[in-house]
Design a protein around this ligand. Structure first.
Ligand code: PMV
Length: 336
């Protein structure tokens, strides 16, 4: 058996705009998806998934990926999770030149599903790593990122950027602009995450922004302005000492950019009442900044606060189901 894990991520800046070639800065966080893979003697794939949301549920599914039998799937999100595993298996088979390889796969994740924390990217990245290693092939994190991107691209009908998969594979803070993906230095940022218990539909939200952008110049300008914020944020990060605790002054400026970024995402129609109320609650509790993370519509916000105040305030915010601290994950995909 081979066991690999990969971290989830938050978007410090730039979701949605990254789809149109603007840069984005996601940061890996210490919430991981763990995938255990055992090679089988036949070409079947059996997937067992646990705790794929904070509420937790289990699904078992057997069959070869090309001939998947009907299964009683409890939720669309679980169906999506199985789809991502299928795509990861295809990538592993291709990388190892073993088209008929079969696997028993167990997925465990403490990343809320479909909530803007890169749950699918972490599962795909860890799955490709574990399955290829199980077949005796060791890919570099960059190769895994590339294959994970192909897998997500396929499952999401061509709507995925490279941001999630690259960040989950490499760990730390990364910068993605089109096909140009690189790791960047960042100090240990005191992230606090609020989760409303829900999930947005990424495809619908991306399509909504696309329509607005095509219809109105001011919406296209809004997307470009998000790119400007990302570039300013990047300069700020580059000037900080990654080995020192970040100063209040630095966090205030960074948080101000996050607030601006959230306002523009809200203008583009991808926030929600629960996300906005968590963002405001965080700000009122003294967070340096707060914004939604990921596609939006529901799911998670990320705030910056080294004190416990924001987490406490979020826990009492109507519409917030859970709040937790998440350290920057310096390690990306790894063998457990
Ligand atoms: O919700 P997530 O974590 O899948 O992030 C989606 C981010 C988008 O920019 C909206 C889409 C993308 O693929 O970059």
């Amino acid at each position: 058996m081979t066991v690999s894990s990969a971290p989830g991520k938050v978007y410090l800046f730039g979701e949605h705009a990254v789809v149109y070639g603007e840069p984005a800065i996601p940061c890996a966080v210490e919430r991981r998806a763990t995938v255990s893979v055992t090679a089988r003697d036949d070409d079947h794939v059996r997937v067992r998934a646990e705790d794929l949301s904070l509420n937790g549920f289990t699904v078992e599914y057997s069959g070869s990926t090309s001939d998947r039998p009907d299964v009683d799937v409890p939720a669309p999100l679980v169906e999506a999770a199985v789809g991502y595993i299928d795509a990861a298996v295809e990538q592993a088979r291709d990388a190892a030149d073993a088209p008929d390889a079969g696997f028993d796969i167990t997925v465990q994740s403490d990343i809320p599903l479909g909530a803007g924390l890169g749950s699918s990217a972490a599962v795909v990245v860890a799955g490709i790593d574990a399955a290829t290693r199980e077949l005796g092939v060791e890919l570099s994190p960059r190769e895994i990122a590339d294959r994970a991107y192909q897998a997500e691209y396929e499952v999401q009908d061509g709507q995925a950027s490279r941001a999630d998969t690259f960040c989950c594979a490499m760990g730390g803070a990364v910068r993605v602009e089109g096909d140009d993906c690189r790791t960047i230095d960042a100090p240990a940022l005191p992230f606090v995450i609020g989760f409303d218990g829900g999930a947005g539909d990424t495809g619908t939200l991306v399509a909504g922004v696309r329509d607005l952008r095509e219809q109105y110049d001011f919406a296209a300008d809004t997307v470009e302005t998000i790119g400007d914020i990302v570039r300013r944020g990047e300069t700020l990060l580059a000037d900080a000492d990654p080995d020192e605790d970040p100063s209040d002054e630095f966090l205030s400026e960074l948080g101000g950019f996050m607030n601006f970024n959230h306002g523009l995402l809200e203008a583009l129609g991808v926030s929600s009442r629960s996300l906005d109320s968590m963002v405001w609650s965080a700000r009122e509790a003294g967070a340096h900044g707060a914004k939604l993370t990921g596609a939006g519509g529901g799911g998670c916000i990320v705030a910056i606060d080294p004190t416990p105040e924001t987490m406490t305030a979020l826990r009492f915010t109507p519409g917030c189901e859970d709040a937790f601290r998440a350290e920057l994950a310096t390690e990306g995909v790894r063998v457990e």
